[in-house]
Design a protein around this ligand. Structure first.
Ligand SMILES: [Zn+2]
Length: 224
């Protein structure tokens, strides 16, 4: 089930008040149209019916895909991260009828709408987000070696027509670049760096730090 409620919002341009739906949780299986809005980012936007101005709103949202057994909590505030980790820990123990959690559920916590959309794309394509984060880290490393004058801000996987096409690279000076998605690199990382015994489904936060720790742990093992 989804949980949503309406709040009154005031247009930042003309001051007109209007209702705006806030989704505390969004069940993608039951509300595919809301998922589509989320992927287009318009779920977080309100268009004023009076003047047409669009205001953007940020709120915490739990994305739930029953078919893919996936839950992703969006939380843009650092302060609530610990609360959501505790919530996931509680959920992991749940066996009641409402949310029957078993080991097959993947749980993730993300700190931006872009990261939420990217994770959904990744899981919808049956890809492993841990491998994607490792690929991104290697791209960062390559850029730091070959183009040290460029400082990378963020990297996002782009998926077009259900195929991962390239990584979009946002530099801190606002410029954008890209590198193609390389399936061979993906497969090699999967084989060489991902423990087949560890499905990573309860690695709540899989981001650049996660990838850095993964490489650090591998290096330590090699040195043992
Ligand atoms: Zn307005």
């Amino acid at each position: 089930m989804s949980m949503e409620h309406e709040e009154l919002v005031k247009c930042s341009k003309c001051g007109h008040e209007d209702g705006f739906i806030i989704w505390q949780s969004l069940n993608a299986t039951l509300n595919p149209e809301a998922k589509a809005d989320m992927m287009e980012s318009c779920l977080f936007e309100h268009k004023c019916p009076k003047c047409g101005h669009v205001d953007s709103y940020t709120y915490d949202l739990l994305y739930h895909d029953m078919e893919s057994m996936l839950m992703i909590q969006l939380c843009e505030s650092e302060e609530r991260v610990a609360d959501y980790i505790a919530m996931f820990d509680d959920l992991s123990k749940k066996t009641d009828e409402l949310i029957k959690m078993d080991d097959d559920y993947t749980l993730r916590l993300v700190n931006s709408r872009n990261n939420l959309r990217e994770k959904v794309y990744i899981f919808d394509q049956g890809l492993d987000d841990r491998i994607i984060e490792l690929m991104k880290l290697f791209i960062r490393f390559d850029i730091s070696q070959e183009n040290p004058e460029h400082e990378v801000d963020e990297i996002f996987l782009e998926i077009r027509d259900d195929v991962p096409t390239r990584f979009a690279i946002c530099l801190t000076d606002g410029q954008w670049g890209s590198v193609p998605f390389n399936q061979e690199v993906y497969d090699r990382i999967k084989e060489e760096m991902i423990d087949p015994e560890d499905n990573g489904k309860r690695d709540y936060i899989v981001n650049m730090q996660w990838a850095g720790e993964c490489i650090h742990n591998m290096a330590e093992k090699l040195n043992e």
